[in-house]
Write a protein that binds this ligand. Structure first.
Ligand code: ZN
Length: 191
């Protein structure tokens, strides 16, 4: 039940169980079982694809799908953040790392990692269903994967929740960022 159909706002909803990693095209033309879950997924996918098409159309300078790269996908994801509804605490917030903060705080709202991750999965599938080649699929770009992983780590720390399904054997985080952000970030004045 999507009760909020807001045509003017670009909204993505997190599908509760989208954990089936559809690495490649699961939908072969032959079998389309009429299960409600899959048709809901299909609807959501179509909507996401339209949303992205709309985004390309409004893009300045104009951007065609064929020239769309992973960098543009990242741009799109950051753009979507303004419609996000998930509170992501900044490191200076007293509720940083608290799953259930007892009071409001001025931290920004963002798209939740789970929503973005599911969205990318749907767009990636849609791209290939609409004739795009897997090799050039911008939604499968390495940069996008890395970005999503970064968002996941950041959000799980900020919200005090774990998205970890299985333990990865990995040494403690040694970030290779050129320079760590200062403790107090000024609001980015982008509109
Ligand atoms: Zn906060």
């Amino acid at each position: 039940m999507d009760s909020f159909e807001n045509s003017n706002h670009l909204e993505i909803t997190s599908n509760s169980n989208n954990n089936n990693n559809n690495n490649s095209n699961i939908a072969s033309s032959s079998s389309s079982s009429p299960s409600t879950t899959s048709s809901r997924y299909e609807n959501q996918k179509r909507r996401d694809w339209n949303t992205f098409g709309q985004y390309l159309k409004n893009h300045r300078p104009p951007l065609s799908l064929s020239r769309c790269s992973g960098a543009h996908v990242l741009e799109f994801l950051r753009y979507l953040d303004q419609f996000g509804k998930t509170k992501i605490h900044t490191p200076i917030c007293p509720f940083y790392g608290h799953p259930n903060p007892p009071a409001p705080c001025p931290c920004p709202l963002r798209q939740a990692w789970g929503s973005l991750d599911a969205l990318i999965g749907r767009l990636r599938a849609a791209y290939e269903e609409n004739g795009g080649k897997p090799e050039t699929n911008p939604f499968g770009a390495r940069a996008v994967r890395l970005y999503l992983r970064e968002v996941r780590d950041l959000q799980s720390k900020a919200r005090g929740v774990s998205y970890e399904k299985k333990k990865r054997k990995r040494p403690p985080p040694s970030h290779q960022l050129p320079s760590p952000p200062p403790p107090a970030l000024p609001p980015s004045g982008e509109t």
